[in-house]
Design a binder for this molecule. Structure first.
Ligand SMILES: Nc1ncnc2c1ncn2[C@@H]1O[C@H](COP(=O)(O)OP(=O)(O)OP(=O)(O)O)[C@@H](O)[C@H]1O
Length: 597
C-alpha cells in the first residue's frame, strides 16, 4: 500500500510533493524546530537549522571541513604519490612541540601559502595529499580531529594509496576496497588502520557511522594474507547477532576472491562444529556474540589457541556488567603469545579504558573528536511531553505536522513497551514493525531486511538495535523513552546521520526524566547543537543518580494505559472502534443475500 495513504489513515495528511524525497528512499538529507519548557516544545537545534534550509546540497554547506569524514564536502582532486613515511610517535611529539613552539596553527598556515590567490580549503586539501612529515603532522591531526596517544604511535594514513606503498597491502585487497568508491579514508581509518597494520594493540574511539568497521577489517585481512586451514586466526566479538551478521557481510565483500573461511557463530554453526571437529581447522575468521562463543568454548566445540587477532567491537558494552565475564573468558581462551587486541567503540567511558589497559600490551590510543561525543551531522532536540500519555500525543502531532520523516527508528526501554507501542501504532495505519530479542531469529532478520528495503517506515526497537547497526537511510530517531545513559543516547541517535549524511534525533522527556536531562544537554552542546541557556544551567546529575538510572529503567505507565487516559488517546480509540464496527457492518451487508436471490 502507498505509504502516504497508510500514514494518512491515522488522521495525518501527507503531501506527496512535499515528501517526494521520501519516495527516493536511502537518498537522505534534511529537517526543522525551537525552545521553552512546555509540553510539545522542542529544545535544541539552532544554528544548523538555518544552514539546512539553504538550497545548496546539505553536505557541502553545513559540514565543517574538520567533520567531513567522508570527503563529501569537497571533491578536490587528489594527487597522491605518497612516499613511505614511517614516522613514529616520537616524531609526532617532536613535530607537535615544534608547531607549538613556533605558534603554528593549521588555519594560519593555510592562509600563508605562496600563492595568495588560492583558497584556504584548497591549500589544506593539497597539503593533506602530500606525505605526512613531522612538520605537517600537527595540523593534519587537528584537521581530522585525531588524538594519538602511546609510545611510538605509527603515523596515520595520508591517503588510501599508502596502504599499498607503505604497508604493502595486496593489490587484490586494495582493488576490493576500491569497489566501494570511497574517495578517502575517514579519520578513524587513517589513525586506526596504520596502528593495526603495524601489529600494535589498539584502543579506538570515533563517532557513530564514521567507518570503524572497515578500520579493523582491512588490517585483519591483510595480516591473514591467505586462507591457511590452520584453525581460527582472527576473532571478532560483537554484542548482538545482528551486528555480527553485518560485520560478516562487509568482511565477505572486502575479502572477495580470497576464499577465506568465515564462520558466524550461531546455534546452527555451533552444532556443525561440534559434529565435525575437522571443520574447525578449515576456518580462518570467527565472528560471534560473547555468550555463544563462551558456550562453544565450554563445550569444547572450538579452539582459540591459534588466534592472533582479537577485535572487540562496541568494546565498552562488552566490558560492562552482563558481558564482562564472557569477555574475560574469551580473552583467556585466546592464549597465543602473539595475540593482538583491538577495541573499538563510539563511546569509551574512563572505567572501560582503565580495564582495557589491564589486558592490552603497549597499546596505542586513537580518538576522533570528543570522546563519547555524538555525530555532528545529527540535529538533536529534546521535547517535553508532560507525562507518559503526552508521548503518543507528540507522536501523532508529529505525523500530522509532516515532521515524521521515514524511515524512523523509535526506541523504547523494554520489550514489553515495544510490544505495547506496536499495538498502539499499528492501528494508526502506519507501516510499523517491532524488533526485540524475544522475536525469533528469522523474524528479526526479516524485519531488518524489510526496513532496509523501505517496506517498514517506523521501526520500534529496544536497545538491541542501538549499537552498530548501519541503516544508511534512517532520517529520524525518536527516543520515545529517555535513554538510560549517555552512551545509550549517543549510540541510539547514531543510527541516523551516518556516513556524512544529515539526520535528526528527537528525545521525549517527562517530569520524571528531568533530573537526567543535563547529561543529554552536555552531549548536544559538545556536538555543536544550540540549547537554551536555562538547560545549560541545569545541575549535572550525581554519579549515584546516573548509576541508578543505568541499572534500572524507571517505572513508566503502560503505553496502553497512557494511551487510554489521554484525551487524544480516548478520541483515537473511539474513532478506531467506530471504524472497526463500520467495517464489520459493511462486511455483514456484503454477506447478506440480496432480495432477488
Ligand atoms: N572511507 C569511507 N568513505 C565513505 N563511506 C565510508 C567509508 N568507510 C565506511 N563508510 C561507510 O560508512 C558507514 C558507516 O560505517 P560503519 O558501520 O563502519 O560505522 P561505525 O563507525 O562502525 O558506526 P557505529 O559506531 O554506529 O558502529 C557504512 O555504511 C560504510 O559503508
Amino acid at each position: 500500500m502507498d505509504i502516504f495513504r497508510s500514514l494518512s489513515m491515522g488522521g495525518a495528511k501527507f503531501d506527496k510533493n512535499r515528501f517526494k524525497d521520501d519516495l527516493n528512499l536511502f537518498n537522505a538529507s534534511s529537517s526543522s524546530s525551537s525552545s521553552s519548557f512546555k509540553p510539545g516544545s522542542k529544545l535544541g537545534n539552532g544554528a544548523r537549522d538555518d544552514a539546512q534550509k539553504s538550497s545548496a546540497p546539505a553536505t557541502t554547506l553545513i559540514m565543517p571541513e574538520t567533520l567531513d569524514f567522508f570527503g563529501s564536502a569537497s571533491k578536490a582532486a587528489r594527487n597522491n604519490d605518497a612516499d613511505n613515511v614511517a614516522v613514529t610517535a616520537s616524531a609526532v611529539r617532536q613535530g607537535k612541540a615544534k608547531a607549538e613552539q613556533s605558534g603554528e596553527d593549521s588555519d594560519e598556515e593555510e592562509q600563508e601559502g605562496p600563492d595568495g590567490s588560492s583558497s584556504k580549503k584548497g591549500k589544506k586539501r593539497k597539503r593533506e595529499e602530500e606525505p605526512l612529515t613531522k612538520a605537517t603532522l600537527p595540523s593534519f591531526l587537528k584537521a581530522h580531529k585525531l588524538k594519538l596517544t602511546g609510545t611510538d604511535v605509527p603515523m596515520p594514513l595520508a591517503s588510501w594509496e599508502e596502504l599499498e606503498t607503505r604497508f604493502k597491502v595486496g593489490s587484490w585487497l586494495f582493488k576490493n576496497l576500491q569497489k566501494w568508491g570511497w574517495e578517502e579514508p575517514t579519520a578513524i581509518q587513517r589513525g586506526a588502520m596504520s596502528v593495526m597494520l603495524e601489529n600494535r594493540d589498539l584502543l579506538a574511539g570515533a563517532p557513530t557511522g564514521s567507518g570503524k568497521t572497515l578500520a579493523f577489517l582491512l588490517p585483519l585481512i591483510h595480516h591473514l594474507k591467505n586462507p591457511a586451514k590452520d584453525g581460527f586466526r582472527a576473532v571478532i566479538v560483537s554484542p548482538t547477532r545482528e551486528l555480527a551478521q553485518q560485520i560478516y557481510e562487509q568482511l565477505r565483500r572486502l575479502s572477495e576472491g580470497r576464499r577465506f573461511r568465515i564462520c558466524v557463530l550461531t546455534k546452527a554453526t555451533e552444532s556443525t562444529l561440534k559434529q565435525d571437529p575437522a571443520l574447525r581447522k578449515k576456518y580462518d575468521i570467527l565472528i560471534t556474540t560473547p555468550l555463544r562463543l563462551v558456550h562453544a568454548i565450554e563445550q569444547e566445540e572450538l579452539e582459540l589457541d591459534n588466534v592472533r587477532h582479537l577485535v572487540l567491537d562496541e568494546a565498552d558494552r562488552l566490558l560492562e556488567q552482563g558481558f564482562l565475564e564472557q569477555t574475560d573468558a574469551i580473552l583467556a581462551a585466546c592464549s597465543h603469545p602473539e595475540l593482538r587486541k583491538a577495541l573499538f567503540s563510539a563511546t569509551l567511558p574512563a572505567g572501560v579504558e582503565e580495564m582495557a589497559k589491564t589486558f592490552m600490551v603497549d597499546e596505542c590510543r586513537v580518538i576522533v573528536g570528543t570522546k563519547d561525543g555524538a555525530t555532528e551531522t545529527i540535529k538533536q532536540s529534546l521535547q517535553f511531553v508532560g507525562s507518559e500519555d503526552g508521548k503518543l500525543h507528540a507522536m501523532r502531532s508529529l505525523i500530522q505536522s509532516g515532521g515524521l520523516k521515514p524511515p524512523v527508528l523509535l526506541f523504547v526501554q523494554s520489550i514489553q513497551r515495544a510490544k505495547e507501542l506496536f499495538h498502539e501504532l499499528v492501528y494508526d495505519g502506519l507501516h510499523v514493525d517491532v524488533i526485540h530479542s524475544e522475536r525469533p531469529k528469522a523474524q528479526r532478520e526479516g524485519v531488518i531486511s524489510a526496513f532496509k528495503r523501505g517496506d517498514i517506515w517506523v521501526l520500534i526497537c529496544t536497545e538491541l538495535m542501538a549499537r552498530g547497526i548501519d541503516f544508511k537511510g534512517v532520517r529520524l530517531v525518536i527516543n520515545y523513552d529517555f535513554p538510560q545513559s549517555v552512551q545509550s543516547y549517543v549510540h541510539r541517535i547514531g543510527r541516523t546521520g551516518r556516513a556524512g549524511r544529515q539526520g535528526e534525533a528527537i528525545t521525549y522527556f517527562t517530569k520524571e526524566d528531568a533530573p537526567y536531562l543535563k547529561t543529554i544537554v552536555n552531549v548536544m552542546r559538545q556536538s555543536g547543537c544550540e540549547v537554551p541557556q536555562w538547560l545549560v544551567e541545569l545541575p549535572n546529575p550525581s554519579k549515584k543518580i546516573k548509576r541508578k538510572l543505568k541499572a534500572k529503567a524507571p517505572e513508566r505507565t503502560d503505553v496502553r494505559v497512557a494511551a487510554g487516559s489521554s484525551i487524544v488517546g480516548r478520541r483515537e480509540a473511539r474513532k478506531r472502534k467506530e471504524m472497526v464496527e463500520a467495517s464489520k457492518r459493511r462486511k455483514n451487508l456484503e454477506k447478506a443475500p440480496s432480495r432477488s436471490e
